[in-house]
Write a protein that binds this ligand. Structure first.
Ligand code: SF4
Ligand code: SF4
Length: 384
């Protein structure tokens, strides 16, 4: 475990959807490509960045939050992302941006923010090797990584392990060592067209471990055996973590769950506590590297998020700066009060009495996978 440096404590993890459904890339494995959702223009945000930050005020959320922002397409395409980031940082939260790393103008705008704000900012660079080659943007990508590295912000670089990349593994490793001084981390592509959301690969788990193990990625090592394994433990998603749509303000407990409340409409309404408990509606916890590493299931053995995001470069530098080392070493189950056994029993009894409220997405997923899913997902917002 990496040593803590500061005293800020994270009480909630918010996985936030930026309502952009377009991208300058066309990755084959992308769920937008899989669902044929391309072609939409940049969104018009209904709520201002100031309003969004107010809705997520520390006072209302019960303390400092870790706010992850990810678009349906490329997160950094909408110009509003700069002010949304600034306002959330000014509110005192820690912010993560998921990006394909090629929108240089937006990096320059964000990196010109106050240095103290930038210390609370983290970029997750998705290393889209094939698209970077096709579009001749490899240099731009690594230039932007370097800009972040030289700033007070933190970052990670992550490659999605699709089978079409296997013939390129040697070049990917060489490129990473040359440009980053360390190998990228690895994640797993999922097949969004199937209700069980399986791994998008023809390799068995064992073969995948053999092929991709050479990257020595703690992220991949943790995710792989948990993929396609349904979680049945008591999960605090809906209390310690939420998914929020920044287009509508709709807040749900986790992917596939029912609406908890709209947090943008009435800024005075308290945030509802609505834990998922043992009723996770998803076939498996595909973003377990976040939810489980941050402790949504107390007692679940998982590495600290710092271990799956950081790398030490050849020059001895870390991808994570001290502020994010501290934050990514924390777990929500260590920073929050737990329910007693009696309270858990009561929550479970209630959940068992109202299954459809909590399972409506699951029912729709099973019965109407396809067009209706798209319609419904658009309505509640795509949260991943
Ligand atoms: S960069 Fe991201 S959003 Fe764009 S096509 Fe690739 S996976 Fe999809
Ligand atoms: S997907 Fe994971 S974090 Fe979300 S409710 Fe299920 S177990 Fe909890």
């Amino acid at each position: 475990m990496i040593k803590n440096n500061k005293t800020d404590k994270i009480v909630k993890f918010l996985d936030c959807y930026i309502p952009v459904k377009t991208c300058n890339f066309r990755c084959n494995y992308c769920y937008i490509t899989q669902n044929k959702w391309w072609g939409e223009k940049l969104p018009k945000f209904k709520y201002s960045p100031e309003h969004i930050a107010k809705a997520l005020s520390k006072k209302r959320m019960g303390g400092t939050c870790l706010v992850n922002m990810c678009g349906g397409g490329e997160t950094m395409l909408p110009p509003e992302i700069v002010d949304i980031t600034r306002c959330l940082l000014e509110e005192g939260h820690y912010v993560m941006i998921v990006t394909n790393g090629t929108i240089s103008k937006r990096f320059d705008e964000i990196l010109s923010l106050d240095k103290n704000l930038l210390k609370h900012l983290f970029f997750k660079f998705s290393f889209q090797y094939l698209e970077l080659k096709r579009t001749n943007l490899m240099k731009i990508f690594f230039d932007n990584v370097r800009k972040v590295k030289e700033s007070p912000a933190s970052f990670t670089v992550e490659l999605t392990t699709v089978d079409e990349l296997i013939p390129h593994i040697d070049d990917i490793k060489k490129t990473c060592m040359r440009e980053l001084g360390a190998l990228c981390h690895l994640t797993i592509a999922r097949d969004e067209t199937k209700p069980s959301i399986p791994r998008l690969s023809n390799l068995t788990e064992e073969q995948a471990r053999e092929v991709w193990g050479q990257f020595d990625s703690a992220m991949f090592d943790f995710k792989l055996p948990l993929f396609e394994k349904k979680r049945k433990e008591f999960c605090y998603a809906g209390k310690w973590s939420y998914c929020v749509d920044f287009g509508t303000g709709n807040m749900i407990q986790c992917y596939g769950c029912g609406l908890v409340q709209n947090i943008f409409e009435d800024l005075e309404s308290p945030i509802k506590s609505c834990p998922v408990g043992k009723h996770c509606p998803n076939p498996h916890c595909w973003n377990n590297h976040a939810f489980l590493c941050f402790g949504d299931i107390p007692g679940f053995t998982a590495p600290r998020f710092s271990e799956i995001r950081d790398r030490i470069c050849k020059d001895g530098s870390h991808w994570l700066k001290p502020e994010f080392m501290n934050i990514f070493n924390q777990r929500l189950d260590e920073n929050n009060v737990h329910f007693t056994e009696k309270e858990i029993d009561k929550i479970e009894r209630k959940l068992n009495q109202k299954p459809f409220k909590y399972y409506r997405y699951l029912v729709l997923r099973l019965l109407t996978f396809g067009k209706l899913k798209q319609k419904y997902t658009k309505k509640i917002g795509k949260m991943e």
